[in-house]
Write a protein that binds this ligand. Sequence first.
Ligand SMILES: C[S@@+](CC[C@H](N)C(=O)[O-])C[C@H]1O[C@@H](n2cnc3c(N)ncnc32)[C@H](O)[C@@H]1O
Length: 409
Amino acid sequence: MDLQAPNTIRITCGPGLTPYLQQEVEALGYAVEGAHETAVEIRGTPADAMKLNLYLRTANHVLLLLGEFSCVGADDLYRHVSFIDWERLLSPDGYVSVMASGDSRAIDNWLFVSRKVKDAIVDRIASAAGRRPNSGPEKNAFVVNCYWAKDRCWLYLNTSGQKLSDRGYRKMPHKAPMRETLAAGVLMAAGYDGSQPLVNPMCGSGTLAIEAALIATQRAPGLLRSNFGFMHWLGFDDPTWQTLRREAHKRKEVRTQETEVKSQEQTEKRTSIIATDIDDRALRAAEQNAKTAGVDHLIRFEQCDFADTPIPEGQGIVLLNPEYGQRLGEIGALEKTYERIGDFFKQKCPGWTGWILTGNPALAKRVGLRASRRIPFFNGPIECRLLKYELYSGTREKYARENHHDTQE
Ligand SMILES: C[S@@+](CC[C@H](N)C(=O)[O-])C[C@H]1O[C@@H](n2cnc3c(N)ncnc32)[C@H](O)[C@@H]1O
């Protein structure tokens, strides 16, 4: 087993995020060899896996293929997993966790499968080193993924360990926070690249505003984390990791200086990123989270009803993620809120592009404006749409003429 040779790297993501993940992976210079519902595949080395862990905003895990084999049952699985020289990868003093999944009809207990893989790993190390590593459910050390479909099995080293959406800045979640990876995908779908103002009423714990600030300053999200799966491998290449981190810091510093100069120029207006919420606990959580992420000075926070959010002159993106109501009693009040969002867009945001992420199509209708795009996303298990509204000033025809753009899109 030559771990340094280029091999398949499978990068997983949440449903709906594949196009954005593919965009990110290609922007880093990799050729995507396969795009699936919740993953993309490339070829690369462990050093490439480290780089992907550092830079990707929409990925969940970066998995490095260790082996692929045909497999007809649990004993067969144990035997194949035992062929790998795990003693070269994991110390007997280490800790291993196995995640098993797949779509085999023969399997109804994935816990049993992960236990079988774990047994094969620790038994092999015990026979080579005389001691067996600890094992359990924690994903903060050496992690192995096993995917079993029909009679085929793929075994991966999980180079990320914990999900990459766990950036480490959200110490205060407040209500219904969205995953950081989803927030990054939503911003990419809305065309946000940091060059335009962003206003985020109903900011909750601040995920969208914080991810926007990270994008605007080109901060690699992996710089916020100190622990990745690959750090727990025997022979972990720390010098390469430190070089990658230094390069990412350099990029961030150049971009941060540019952004901060812009912010100083705009101190009067402070137009770059504005985040507001009616709830002071949400605001406190958002401010604290932004501080932990090191971007609090780039976001103007304000406590107010969404309709009183200051909208700077000119153009930009105004993005809301309102509640969409799980219980019946809430829907009546939310209908009114969605109607008011439509009024807010019309009255206060002409010239801007409005975006709403919601999981309730009936409530979305209450906005009373025609969405020019409906982009599918998933917030956990809930299917959502990111709705785009062209908030033209004057007549629709005048807007279309000025923007050379078909409003019937
Ligand atoms: C679904 S949460 C947003 C979650 C956010 N995207 C995050 O990642 O944390 C909706 C937010 O809207 C806020 N909200 C509800 N009604 C509001 C209103 N009338 N004006 C401003 N904010 C409001 C709530 O306090 C809540 O924080």
